[in-house]
Design a protein around this ligand. Sequence first.
Ligand SMILES: [Zn+2]
Length: 472
Amino acid sequence: MRSDGAFEALAAALLLGGLLGCTVPAEEAAGGRALIVAGGTLLTMDDQRTIVENGAVAIAGSSIVAVGTDRDVRATYPEATVLDATGKLVLPGLINAHAHVPMTLLRGIADDLPLTEWLTDVIFPAEAEFVDEEFVRWGTRLACLEMIRGGITTFVDMYYYEDAIAEETDRCGMRAVLGETLIDFPAPDNATWDEAVTYTERFVNRWRDHPRISPAVAPHAPYTVSGDHLVAGHRLATELDVPLLIHLAEDKSEVETILEKHGMRPVQYADSLGILDDRVLAAHMIHPSTDEIGILAARGVGVAHCPESNMKVAAGVAPVPQLLAAGVAVGLGTDGAASNNNLSVWDEMDTAAKLHKVTTGDPTALDAQTALALATRGGARALDMVDQIGSLEPGKRADLIIVNIDGYHQQPVYDPYSVLVYSTQASDVETVIIDGRVVMKSGTVLTLDADEVLTRAQEYRDRIRAGITHPQ
Ligand SMILES: [Zn+2]
């Protein structure tokens, strides 16, 4: 290890030699089965935020088995295949904590409208007319192509035909938490609430033992699902012992509607129904009161912060510094591509770090290291998966990315967190490993046919454009 390293200012967190841990003896991981990502600067995102210059990560099967200096890891696994990351940054894969992945096919269909108008006049009618299983499959493939290219290894989704989304996600090698949307009006695949519940039970039981797909129960929101159904959805998630995904405190009109109808704000209302606990991941959380932030912390509810989508529909700004100060687990989400309009967690990190400076008038409100933590271990905590993903540590799933930092827009590099959050773009990701499998190498996604996906996306655009009537 160089003592005059490029990131000397962070020396307190630098590993000075040896291994951070080693879970599998060399002889068990030998025989060509081990892979070492070697030579890069590791940002482990562990509790101590350990950085290892000239470090290495050893992978056996789907697990990280050792993290340490290049010399020590190579000495421990002399037979392993080596993937060279010299001059690059190596970090845990990014987590997209809230998305509707098939909506990539509706990217740019209508922009610059108020949320209610955008949803009721454009998105819901387009979905009613065009969304079928085939649409969902191609939209998911396009989303996975974009997300893998941008270093996302885990995503959270709530949409329709979720079984098809799970099949496509499995095929391209990504990790995901997926829930079929439960909503009080006819959906493209399930005409009634009861049909959607039956679908969800079957879906959960099909995928619950899969190594990368975690099925969930996903009631849409308090303004689209009745109180009785919210309670039933929570009971189902509890009985099946799976996460519950929901939109909560999404914009001002939701707060006003719930206040008027129930005499309580959305989080208070959800809590009064008894549906808030540590299996819940709530997207947006833009308008919680101080009292409601206390409820979220006490119940262990995770939050998916979606700054770009919230800005685009002018829904407001989630009080993330206050949520973090209260101990709430917060991850970053892109939301659907129709309200973003990309699925880049790099953009979300950059935006989150800047947005909270503007709204608080405090440039220290959310720093670069915190932004990267939201996109990695924060998302893992919000999903209750921090024992599996979110940091580079022995025993965790081998989800990691290698990022180029030699771009004109990145050089020179003084600080790894700074370059990642404020300068790096999705296209700077070089290699992506999920569950021990290399799914992108040198910028090429290996698990999807990109040309075919793009051709089909354009065909969908032509069909939808011919059929859609814009509100203006
Ligand atoms: Zn959403």
